[in-house]
Ligand binder design. Structure first.
Ligand SMILES: C[S@@+](CC[C@H](N)C(=O)[O-])C[C@H]1O[C@@H](n2cnc3c(N)ncnc32)[C@H](O)[C@@H]1O
Length: 380
């Protein structure tokens, strides 16, 4: 596991806070490495045989499997521990963030003024008139208190501070030293498949703290790179973090369903694990908006989390929906992303879904081989 890169917007942790975070990481590693695999044994050796004895056949879909699995004591034990580990994760990163919040807000303002190399500077445009979509307002996604969007105080950056360290712990460090792994993956895909393209204007939708956005800005330094999100506090943090790392990016508070940017202004639109946090209607709107924003010949790449290759894997992926407030994610299981893009106006001939895993070191993650990312590609 790689060390987390220091930058000026990270909250410092005391000895005890570090110990607590380290415990959460080990606890989650233990759960996913040692306890969770047992649920697959329970499925094969206990739940399916009992279902077969009663119905004369195996469960055919999740509607049948869910009641049987969720009654099983081993599954219940793992699920309760997993849920608690998620709550502990936030608790362990919120305390240091809260303690240092006034200083971090002050620092974010100073960083916003900093000129970068060659006089370049990123920017931040917040828009209080952006209506928070119901799919964010209704529940705190993955239990982060206040989600990506709540301002607890004026000029708040807390959601960003907490998210940055939180996703590092959530993935057991597997996202890399700057939570950069998803950006790296999509840049690699783009370079492999579209080697002749030199993007000039890039838009990253659902950028949160800009962890993936910065990878693109570094990979294509001649391009003008924009990131949008609905959450103001994550964007304040993203801007300050990018300034601290010396990477000029333009952040705007906007809904990816209807951004307000002029039509045809981008030759590359990307997103990293945003779609599964939208809704059935929003995902089509995002496609329509992507098409509108692309210049002729422009490309969109939406990176998404796989949903499992078989019934039990799908059931386990969908744990996040039922227990971790990833409310829309389960609807992504079996969703034909190409059809969604076509519904949004993309030409079926120029649209496809790819699976990609370039040298992704499965050993170093907590996931099985089935954890191979999906990329929805559409060309205008
Ligand atoms: C799981 S986070 C991914 C963050 C980041 N892209 C990354 O690579 O880690 C999803 C982000 O998408 C944002 N998001 C979801 N729906 C959105 C929408 N309709 N418009 C803009 N941002 C949205 C959320 O606020 C959140 O910050």
């Amino acid at each position: 596991m790689s060390a987390f890169t220091k930058h000026e917007m990270l909250a410092d942790a005391t000895h005890d806070e570090r110990a607590r975070q380290s415990f959460v990481k080990s606890f989650r590693g233990h759960l996913s490495g040692k306890v969770m695999p047992g649920t697959y044994q329970v499925y094969a050796k206990r739940v399916v045989p009992a279902f077969e004895a009663k119905h004369g056949r195996a469960p055919k879909d999740e509607r049948e499997l869910r009641p049987a699995m969720t009654q099983d004591s081993y599954y219940q034990f793992w699920s309760a521990m997993q849920r608690r580990s998620q709550e502990m994760l936030w608790e362990s990163v919120i305390d240091p963030a809260e303690r240092q919040l006034p200083q971090l807000i002050e620092r974010s303002k100073q960083l916003a003024q900093r000129k970068l190399r060659q006089g370049k500077r990123g920017s931040l445009r917040l828009n209080p008139d952006v209506t928070l979509p119901r799919y964010h307002a209704a529940a705190d996604i993955h239990l982060q208190p206040g989600g990506y969007h709540t301002d607890f105080t004026a000029d708040d950056v807390a959601a960003g501070v907490v998210y940055d360290k939180g996703i590092n712990l959530y993935m057991g460090g597997a996202l890399g030293p700057e939570n950069n792994a998803m950006g790296d993956l999509l840049v690699t895909f783009f370079r492999e498949k579209y080697a002749d393209r030199k993007p000039q204007r890039i838009l990253d939708m659902g950028c949160a703290i800009g962890n993936s956005t910065l990878v693109w800005a570094r990979a294509f330094p001649a391009a003008e790179v924009h990131g949008i999100d609905v959450g103001a506090p994550v964007l304040r943090y993203a801007h300050a973090r990018a300034q601290s790392m010396g990477v000029p990016v333009h952040f705007t508070q906007a809904n990816a369903e209807s951004t307000g940017f002029p039509a045809g202004g981008f030759d590359l639109i990307i997103s990293h694990i945003m779609l599964h946090e939208t809704s059935k209607s929003a995902i089509v709107n995002v496609m329509r908006e992507s098409l509108r924003l692309l210049a002729p010949g422009g490309l969109m790449l939406h990176l998404e989390i796989p949903r499992g290759d078989n019934l039990m894997e799908q059931f386990m992926h969908n744990w996040e929906s039922y227990n971790n407030n990833e409310t829309f994610a389960r609807y992504m299981t079996g969703l034909d992303l190409k059809a969604v893009a076509v519904q949004g106006g993309f030409d079926p001939v120029k649209t496809y879904v790819d699976h990609f895993s370039p040298g992704y070191d499965v050993e170093k993650t907590n996931y099985s081989e089935s954890f191979i990312w999906k990329i929805l590609v559409g060309e205008k």
